[in-house]
Design a protein. Structure first.
Length: 209
């Protein structure tokens, strides 16, 4: 409650109109969008504050600066992908089953964290944070390549395609979703994951004799 000029109490309506909330999630969403659209170097803290409708000091209440914002944003994508990778490595079964789980899970992460995955795939290594993100991406790529090679050795993937090429094609397909996929209310991300895995694995599985 607040007090009106006549001294009588009046009810407040919660968050002030025209000033968006600036919790960390809101801050990261706006920052990631600006980093993607304008580039990290082309985005200033002043511009970010104007976009949010708050002061720079309000931003510094949550983060130490622009570099931390970038790190937190790309970590949203990396944390999701590596959670799926950890699940995959703990699975029993053949390598191709693990690989299919990894691809399906990665599609679900992308659909759930599209903005952050898009930003991750756009970093070019110009800053310390970007170089660390690229190193993590390479680590993830190596896991994919190992699973592909193992699946081929087990006779489940056609041997006439180089495993390294198969790995790149698999996640080239997954990563290409950022170019056209637009989440909508009621959109079924599981159906998207089903479609990607069906198209991908029908193509790379060794035909049964």
């Amino acid at each position: 409650m607040t007090t009106a000029e006549n001294g009588k109490p009046r009810a407040t309506t919660g968050r002030r109109r025209g000033r968006p909330g600036y919790d960390l999630d809101s801050l990261l969403r706006v920052a990631a969008k600006l980093f993607y659209e304008r580039g990290y170097d082309g985005t200033s803290m002043d511009e970010l504050a104007r976009k949010l409708g708050i002061t720079k000091s309000a931003i510094y209440h949550h983060v130490s600066g622009k570099e931390e914002l970038l790190r937190l944003a790309v970590d949203r994508a990396l944390d999701g992908l590596f959670a799926v990778a950890e699940e995959t490595e703990q699975l029993d079964g053949r390598a191709i089953e693990k690989l299919e789980h990894l691809v399906r899970g990665s599609v679900l992460v992308l659909s759930d964290r599209l903005l952050y995955v898009t930003l991750l795939l756009r970093v070019r290594g110009n800053t310390k944070v970007e170089r660390a993100a690229l190193a993590k991406r390479r680590e993830f790529d190596h896991l994919v390549a190992r699973l592909v090679a193992q699946a081929e050795a087990e006779g489940d993937i056609r041997p006439d395609v180089d495993p390294a090429i198969t790995a790149r094609l698999l996640f080239g397909m997954v990563n290409s979703l950022i170019e056209w996929y637009k989440p909508r209310n009621g959109a079924n991300s599981a159906a998207l994951a089903d479609a990607v895995t069906k198209v991908a694995f029908d193509g790379i599985r060794q035909p049964k004799r």
